[in-house]
Ligand binder design. Sequence first.
Ligand SMILES: *[C@@H]1O[C@H](CO)[C@@H](O)[C@H](O)[C@H]1NC(C)=O
Ligand SMILES: *[C@@H]1O[C@H](CO)[C@@H](O)[C@H](O)[C@H]1NC(C)=O
Length: 364
Amino acid sequence: MKVIDLSLALLAAVCSAQASATIEYSTVTGYFLQDEAATDPSTFDYTAVNFGLIDRAYPADSEKKNHCETKTLTQWERFYNQVEKLNRDSDEDVEYKVLFLGRHGEGFHNAAESYFGTPAWNCYWAELDGNSTASWRDAALTPNGVDQALVAHNFWQKLIQEQNIHTPDDYYVSPLTRTLQTANYTFEGLNLPHGSAQFKPVVKELFREGISIHTCDHRRSKSYIHNLFPKWHIEKHFAEDDELWNGVTSETSDAQDARSVQALGEVFFSSSSKKHSFVSVTSHSGEIGSILRVVGHRPFRLNTGAVIPVLVKAEKRKDHAPAPTTTVAWTTEPHCTVPPVTSGSVCVCPSSAAPVTTPLVTDL
Ligand SMILES: *[C@@H]1O[C@H](CO)[C@@H](O)[C@H](O)[C@H]1NC(C)=O
Ligand SMILES: *[C@@H]1O[C@H](CO)[C@@H](O)[C@H](O)[C@H]1NC(C)=O
């Protein structure tokens, strides 16, 4: 029986998202290659092209000229001045930030999905904790994934040395192990420019991956995260145990976008926000896809370990009534109880095993 043919039953709402729709987000194009239709995400290497920063002049260039006649500013210094100018020239209801959205390096769940094939992964293997040789519940980075994070580390270090890039003023990280590790390998031990913010990320629940029934989306406890990185901040009201993952229903993309709006609403217009214009978010492919939708960026799928900078304009709209508190339902995901008979692009459970919606492992 084809699992994908089953219509998804809507369950009682389990996610209540308060959309901060009074803030309108847009992507400011013209600065990064990733915004341009001609750029192919599948072959794009952010380390080969200066993060995608387009080589161009900015309105802010002329303002700074008199002070800097003896020194030619680098592209990244001039871009930072331009973002500062955009913030300076706009009123208090408008704020610009450059979000550096980083996808985690390869995790054991990514390797397993490639090994089993996506249909079989989705409808059976991903619902297990792992197999006898690999574990993928809240998956850790593979050695390859660690290397990908170190590529990002080396790239930041190179831009610091060669272009005096302004490093992030704020760092956020999803609470899943693969993103915690990726943020650590990327930013820990960088020789940061004088006067820049220290790397002390905030672990933020709402930047986690889309919450499916896959065990890789089930986060570990707050105590575990604290023990792994004792010096990092864990945001207020962060639950000890994962209260969102349930192994039965999955967040829809609408529910996820409502969550992303809420997350961004907690990042923009915070205290001294305009001065914190460069922000790093270490997250996941699905969640970064959702953030890109919410800020009106074109779809841009990242390979594991890749980073995309996006210049975002946020605008408070007083004329808009606050959005009602919306409740977006999640859906069930039927899956097999034994390894599927895979044939091509769909998952087929063996005839003796009809798809179920009950978890395969229940050690919650
Ligand atoms: C377990 O899964 C991994 C894929 O992540 C695979 O490489 C390995 O061979 C599997 N182990 C067994 C015993 O099947
Ligand atoms: C954090 O990164 C540092 C520097 O790369 C590394 O030595 C350390 O093992 C990492 N810690 C964890 C828990 O991954």
